[in-house]
Design a protein around this ligand. Structure first.
Ligand code: CMP
Length: 403
């Protein structure tokens, strides 16, 4: 969060709290309060000055936009009306600056959506507290009570404002005059609307704070509902639960392809390279490969998870892909049911049938949760044609394995 926003937020919060108090209480007409108001005006003036300077650099169009939208508001909010008219509600005009700050905040959350939920929650809290404070001050000016001291009057009003806005309404402080009753009706209506608005928004805000967890939980709930509905046996249910735990722990809960589809080609390649960096670093034949080849491979391999004991494929099956192991262990099992090799992180398999255009010569079974990256046959054929080095290395490995 930048310094400009913090300075503006603190200044406007000060005004929002002090100005209504200044209208109601004489005690707030002191030198230090006036000095603080002058400081706030100076902050607003500096902000206007820097806003104009920044926009001038960015060109005429941006400058005209600023003049049309914000110049008047920014200029008015510099005037410290409260210093000259201490009892007049006109001093609240300085709070116009809040409109500009809100738009600044919206722009900030659009650019940095990661903090948006926290900021909106903070904004809600701020609005509620300031609203209750204003209602309390307004209530004091409508209902003069000379017997109590200022602090007691303020606390009593704050208490009334809070119970009324929260629609609790204990009834221990009740409106007597017409004005008081009309004001109380307004505050109650405001409370009801605010309450509904808050309940709706806070639920969605809390969800937005950890969207990945919500997404995962929704998937889990759907699968559990399905399992109950179709009476899935307990053992199978256990396996499904383990799978969901695993993809949550390994952060594989999101469907990558749907997110990637939203990105332009250049960004897609960058994100692919980042997501697949582990497998790219681990597979030995990728280490010395050209950038072009790595980008091509990264864009076309997609993740897949195999559970412990599950077969990736069986001997004799038609080959549709080859596989790179990102993490985990698999066993290569011959047609005689013998384990002929154990492959782990950075190894690959399934290349022989694709190279020689024949059926699988062995089965492959995972001994642990295994993260694989899959290269489909069509892309495999294109890539071996375009990158003879890759083909050569695969052929060498296949030959050694045949022996
Ligand atoms: P493919 O024939 O497509 O399917 C079975 C795979 O097991 C095979 O490709 C190889 O990738 C792998 N494989 C077969 N024999 C061996 C071996 N001796 N060592 C390691 N991997 C093997």
């Amino acid at each position: 969060m930048n310094m400009r926003f913090i300075a503006l937020a603190v200044s406007s919060a000060f005004l929002a709290i002090v100005l209504p108090l200044k209208i109601v209480f004489d005690d707030f007409h002191t030198l230090w309060v006036d000095v603080c108001i002058w400081i706030v005006s100076a902050v607003f003036a500096a902000d206007m000055f820097f806003s104009i300077r920044r926009r001038k650099v960015r060109g005429q169009r941006v400058m005209t936009q600023y003049v049309k939208m914000w110049l008047v508001i920014d200029a008015i909010s510099i005037i410290p009306v409260a210093v000259f008219l201490p009892h007049s509600p006109l001093q609240l005009i300085q709070l116009l600056k809040v409109i500009h700050i809100t738009s600044f905040l919206q722009e900030y959350t659009r650019r940095k959506p990661r903090n948006a939920a926290f900021l909106r929650l903070g904004q809600f809290g701020y609005i509620i507290l300031v609203a209750i404070h204003w209602i309390a001050c307004a209530w004091m000016s409508i209902r003069p009570e000379n017997r109590a001291d200022d602090i007691t009057r303020y606390i009593k009003s704050l208490y009334w404002a809070t119970t009324t806005v929260a629609t609790v309404g204990y009834g221990d402080i009740t409106p007597n005059t017409n004005n008081e009753m009309i004001f109380a009706i307004g505050v109650m209506l405001f409370g009801v609307v605010m309450y509904g608005y808050l309940i709706g928004n806070i639920a969605s805000l809390l969800n937005n704070m950890d969207p990945a967890r919500v997404h995962h939980q929704e998937n889990l709930d759907r699968v559990h509902a399905f399992m109950r509905y179709r009476n899935i046996p307990h053992e199978l249910e256990q396996k499904i639960n383990e799978y969901f735990n695993y993809i949550w722990e390994k952060r594989l809960s999101y469907d990558e392809s749907s997110v990637m589809a939203m990105l332009p080609a250049g960004l897609k390649t960058e994100v692919s390279l980042y997501l697949k960096r582990e497998v790219i670093e681990r597979v030995s034949m990728f280490r010395n490969a050209s950038d072009e080849f790595i980008k091509d491979i990264a864009a076309h391999i997609h993740p897949s998870i195999v559970l412990p004991g599950e077969f990736v494929f069986k001997a004799g099956e038609t080959a549709r892909s080859m596989y790179f192991i990102s993490r985990g262990v698999v066993q290569v099992i011959s047609t005689d049911n013998e384990t002929i090799a154990t492959l782990s992180d950075g190894d690959f398999f399934g290349e022989m049938a694709l190279l020689h255009k024949r059926k699988r010569n062995a089965s492959v079974r995972a001994s642990d949760f295994t993260d694989l990256y899959v290269l489909d046959v069509a892309t495999f054929e294109r890539i071996v044609e375009e990158h003879p080095d890759f083909k050569l290395q695969l052929e060498e490995t296949a030959e050694q394995r045949s022996k």
